[in-house]
Design a protein around this ligand. Structure first.
Ligand SMILES: *[C@@H]1O[C@H](CO)[C@@H](O)[C@H](O)[C@H]1NC(C)=O
Length: 540
């Protein structure tokens, strides 16, 4: 490894160490899609928050009950309002804590996760509950880490620099900043991967017209732009723009700005009407010139009168909040060379989980983050890749494989496999992901993803493709098959030949059900088959 490469790897590992250190947010708010999900996350996070973030945070799960959806701007204010009310019932004064310097994080979890189908279905629509290869201790048993918890662990490294602020995150990706943890300098800021202002050719080569963008001038003030070509950007941006980058959408607000926004939008919050998003309705009117704002909103189909009225409202708001005229929006740079592990699409779920069984600096950093590699140990130390297993003498495990909480009799776990909570008499797998699988027959195959699968028959279970099982009351077990090449976003309404239902139909069935109840039914099905195997003495 060259010295530049090893220096950047040392930095990546230092960033991961920060995420693992005991310094998370003081308060964690989770905004869920319904009451059952709220109950699930309240109970789960109270048990895991210390292991996940290093801090015994006050956990407040809430859900959004708003006609037609509030948008992520009003949705953030509404979630905070609901969390404040819920916490006050335990005598916890959220406003006072925040203005007194507590660091507060808010995680939005809504969304169907169509592109990750069929996995969110197997979690009964609890998309943030999709599992990753890392273990937590929950109620005396080992449980896989969820995507939401991974996002919480990662973002916890921002907590020490964000006292007295609320930080808003969306989660299905984990990143390791290459710019360190940069401080907040403005009442509001957005995370972005900044680079020097590109030339027209670089802009086109980087396809920057496809992204929400943040531009930063010499004084550190930021401008929010949305999906524009180079010439439009040049026209909209102030002449002193030094750096520009893709926005992560994630923002933070000072206690004072949050309070001012809550007061400004109090009528909407009381009526639970309107839908306002943070980018087009908060940051763009606060940072663009009026005519540019009207042009952008016109392209989005907003009537000019409506856009002009909103612009005037936000201008009056800014004049009242910052009478001196100082910039309200800043930018927190994550660096142009940040590592990204995205779990928002099935194919990326496969790639970024198989990554944990690969060699090199990025897999090493990922394993350290997932606690599959002792912190500070050289990459050659593979001792963390196998945890809490009961493996038979007749089983061969390739040293690259990640095998956690498994009970397997014989066979081969080949190169590049990731197996978590697998119970089976025999496996013969290569580069496969098996997450929560209980099989009475041998599991055989390559490059498949088996997720929450219970297979009772003695015939082999194929690990060549994608399969996720959905458990519902009334003893229902729906087997949903797919392939890595199938994009659930495109095939959402299609009933694939091997399935009884489309992904959307499974989603709609799950919508009426209680996630905790369904998950308990699934766990019981796994246990029943495992116990039968045990009685037959087919497990080590
Ligand atoms: C994982 O295995 C443990 C038993 O070791 C069990 O209690 C838990 O429910 C399993 N979790 C999943 C998601 O399979």
């Amino acid at each position: 490894m060259g010295s530049n490469a090893s220096a950047s790897q040392a930095m990546e590992l230092e960033e991961v160490a920060r995420m693992l250190s005991p310094c998370g947010f003081d308060v964690i708010i989770v905004c869920c899609s319904n009451q059952a999900a709220e109950n699930y996350w309240q109970a789960r996070l109270e048990q895991t928050v210390v292991q996940v973030t290093g801090t015994n945070a006050k956990v407040v799960a809430v859900h959004e009950d708003w006609n037609g959806g509030a948008g992520n701007g009003l949705g953030t204010l509404y979630a905070y309002q609901k969390a404040r009310d819920k916490a006050s019932r335990d005598g916890f004064d959220l406003d006072a804590k925040l203005s007194g310097g507590a660091s507060v994080a808010l995680f939005h979890t809504a969304g169907k996760g169509t592109r990750l189908a069929p996995l969110p279905g197997a979690e009964n629509n609890n998309k943030p509950g999709v599992k990753l290869p890392s273990l937590l201790e929950v109620g005396g048993a080992a449980q896989p880490l969820t995507v939401l918890e991974a996002v919480m662990r990662q973002t916890s490294s921002y907590a020490p620099l964000r006292g007295g602020r609320i930080s808003v995150f969306w989660g299905d990706q984990v990143f390791v900043p290459s710019a360190g943890i940069q401080p907040s300098t403005h009442p509001a800021d957005i995370l972005a991967a900044l680079r020097p202002m590109p030339s027209k050719a670089e802009w086109e080569a980087g396809q920057l017209h496809q992204y929400g963008l943040i531009a930063v001038g010499t004084a550190g003030d930021a401008t929010q732009l949305e999906k524009v070509d180079y010439d439009t950007a040049k026209a909209y941006l102030p002449p002193d723009v030094e750096r520009v980058g893709t926005s992560l959408g994630s923002f933070s607000l000072s206690a004072a700005l949050l309070a001012a926004l809550m007061a400004e939008f109090a009528p909407e919050l009381a009526a639970k009407c309107a839908c306002l998003d943070s980018d087009p309705h908060f940051w763009m009117p606060l940072t663009l010139q009026k005519e540019d704002y009207l042009a952008v909103m016109g392209k989005k189909g907003t009537p000019a009168g409506e856009a002009a009225a909103h612009y005037a409202r936000m201008a009056a708001f800014a004049a009242k909040f910052a009478p001196g005229g100082g910039g309200i929006l800043g930018c927190v740079d994550v660096g142009a060379k940040a590592l990204w592990w995205d779990y928002g699409r099935l194919e990326l779920y496969q790639t970024n989980n198989l990554h944990a069984a690969e060699e090199g600096p990025s897999p090493h950093a990922l394993r350290t983050f997932l606690k599959l590699q002792p912190q500070g140990a050289p990459e050659s130390d593979a001792s963390g890749r196998q945890q809490r297993n009961q493996l038979g003498a007749g089983l061969t495990v390739h040293p690259s494989a990640v095998v956690l909480n498994c009970r397997i009799g014989s066979g081969t776990i080949g190169a590049g496999c990731v197996l978590v909570n697998v119970t089976a008499p025999e496996v013969e797998v290569e580069a496969a992901i098996l997450m929560s699988v209980t099989s009475a027959g041998p599991v055989r195959g390559k490059r498949g993803v088996l997720y929450n699968v219970v297979h009772e028959g003695s015939e082999p279970l194929s690990a060549d493709a994608v399969r996720a099982d959905v458990f519902q009351p009334g003893g229902k077990q729906i087997v949903v098959s797919s392939s890595i090449e199938t994009d659930g976003g495109k095939a959402w309404k299609v009933t694939l030949p091997e399935n009884a239902f489309s992904f959307e139909e499974v989603y709609k069935q799950n919508q009426k059900l209680d996630v905790s109840e369904c998950q308990a039914l699934g766990a019981a099905a796994h246990k029943r088959v495992a116990q039968a195997l045990e009685t037959l003495e087919r497990l080590p």
